[in-house]
Design a protein around this ligand. Structure first.
Ligand code: CMC
Length: 446
């Protein structure tokens, strides 16, 4: 969430020059254990964690000194990279892709153009946009054994489990992609990632819903082809639904160092091939605290059923019996700007599909929660997953396939973040430290 170099102060980056600081950009520390003083440089609002290692103190009972480490389970206050892709100000509810506010991007820029923007840093020209779309469309079909892998799973297996397995198998079919240090190889693979994630979730969907595995010959935008391949029996997809799907993909395309992106960067830092790195992202996204929340929200809404049952749900959550799914965020301590856009889109979709009555339950939950001190004090607001599932449900997607759509969207961000990480000479293999709290040396019984 920090801005790039040179703008370490508060405020919204890009809107104003760096703050004038009255003192030098350094942190002065006195270590009470040794009474020694240290000066650590501050760079872009951060100290370097490795500088802490210079702050040493003798280890009790041992003839050695140990450097200080920072303890941060869940990386709540640790910047793991410099990134120029996505900016979030969680207090003000600001999200920007490459500097462009999400409110301006959503609904105006297509998903593929957003993917280009995230990857290249600038919006594509008309020619670049057309040739990128053509490159994605020209990607060969998935290798046939990948479809066979999907079909080998029980039809009631969770689509994210199946997607994860089949996606990771793609690594075995793209030996060329292993040359991650070759920029030309990396960039040549980009259209394939985007084409194959969409093709694969359609294969998984058809398997899950008992539809024949015949690829649909739908033309049009990326989202039109995706929707058409999910529901070939519906013919040309409804333009409003295509727009809504494209918007959902755009809104979920990147979100800086979220759990799955961190997984992609971490796995990719070993210089493994990108298919394997993105498999790490898919696995992380599957979790109910991350992308799996869209499914959990709709299950929760079905369970609640009616507006009359909302107060009981809120009381249950406040007692610590489960979480209010689709609420809360590590970074946003105000309304998630994506949730506001999706809530407005839901009404548009329902004009085509018929109103999903669970929207009233969701709206009632939001109203009650936002007036309740439990949620207010903890700054828990609806997040991107709170309303997205309702749209997927209205489109006719089975509940356990929602997160696969999120995976298509986030692939754009994973690609951009992986490319940035590979090219960043400051990045090393991800290898955090630990605080060892286990037993000291002891001997096996003789
Ligand atoms: N319902 C009830 N209480 C909550 C919730 C919630 N949804 N989220 C946080 N809290 C409480 C939590 O119990 C804790 O209370 P206390 O201080 O009394 O112990 C406090 O708020 C702080 O929570 P935390 O777990 O320390 O916060 P975190 O930043 O580690 O977790 C989160 C962030 C998104 C995992 C969490 O808010 C959550 O579990 N939300 C529900 C799942 C969800 O909607 N996930 C989607 C996230 S957004 C999109 C995405 O990533 O896919």
């Amino acid at each position: 969430m920090r801005d790039g170099l040179g703008s370490a102060g508060p405020g919204t980056p890009g809107d104003q020059p760096a703050d004038d600081h009255s003192g030098p950009a350094e942190l002065r520390i006195r270590d009470g254990r040794t009474d020694r003083e240290y000066v650590l440089p501050i760079d872009a609002g951060a100290i370097h964690a490795t500088d802490l290692d210079k702050i040493t103190a003798p280890v009790a009972g041992a003839d050695r000194a140990e450097g200080l480490v920072s303890y941060d389970p869940g990386f709540a206050n640790t910047a793991c990279c410099r990134s120029s892709i996505t900016f979030i100000d969680g207090d003000q509810g600001i999200l920007r892709y490459r500097g462009y506010p999400i409110e301006q991007v959503a609904g105006r820029i297509s998903f593929l153009d957003v993917a280009w923007l995230l990857i290249h840093g600038e919006l594509p020209t008309e020619a670049e946009s057309a040739s990128f779309a053509a490159a994605v469309e020209a990607v060969p079909e998935l290798p046939a054994p990948i479809t066979a892998i999907v079909d080998s799973f029980p039809s009631d297996a969770h689509p994210m489990s199946v997607l994860l397995s089949a996606w990771s198998a793609l690594s075995a079919y793209r030996a060329e992609a292993k040359h991650v240090d070759d920029e030309a190889v990396r960039m040549a693979e980009v259209p394939r990632f985007l084409a194959w994630i969409a093709a694969l979730i359609a294969v998984v969907f058809r398997h899950r819903t008992g539809r024949p595995q015949a690829p649909a010959a739908i033309s049009g935008s990326y989202s039109a082809r995706l929707l058409g391949s999910l529901f070939p029996e519906r013919g040309v997809p409804d333009a409003s639904l295509v727009r809504a799907l494209d918007l959902l993909l755009v809104l979920q395309a990147d979100h800086e160092q979220n759990c799955s992106t961190n997984a992609v960067r971490s796995v990719g830092s070993s210089r493994v091939d990108p298919y394997s790195a993105f498999a790490g992202g898919i696995a992380a996204l599957y979790g109910p605290l991350h992308g799996g929340a869209n499914e959990a929200v709709v299950r929760m809404l079905h369970e609640v059923g009616t507006v009359a049952n909302v107060p009981a749900l809120i009381e249950r959550v406040k007692r610590g019996d489960g979480r209010l799914m689709g609420f809360g965020h590590r970074v946003y301590k105000s309304y998630d700007p994506r949730a506001a856009i999706i809530r407005a889109t839901a009404e548009e979709v329902f004009r085509v599909t018929g109103r999903n009555s669970l929207l009233d339950v969701a709206l009632a939950i939001e109203t009650v929660a936002l007036q309740d001190s439990y949620f207010v004090d903890r700054k828990l607001y609806p997040n991107v997953d709170f309303y997205s599932g309702l749209i997927y449900e209205a489109m006719g997607l089975p509940i356990d396939t929602y997160t696969t759509i999120f995976a298509v969207a986030r692939m754009a961000g994973w690609i951009a973040q992986w490319l940035e990480m590979i090219a960043d000479h400051e990045q090393r293999i991800a290898r955090p430290k630990q605080l060892y709290v286990g037993p000291g040396r002891r001997d096996l019984p003789s």
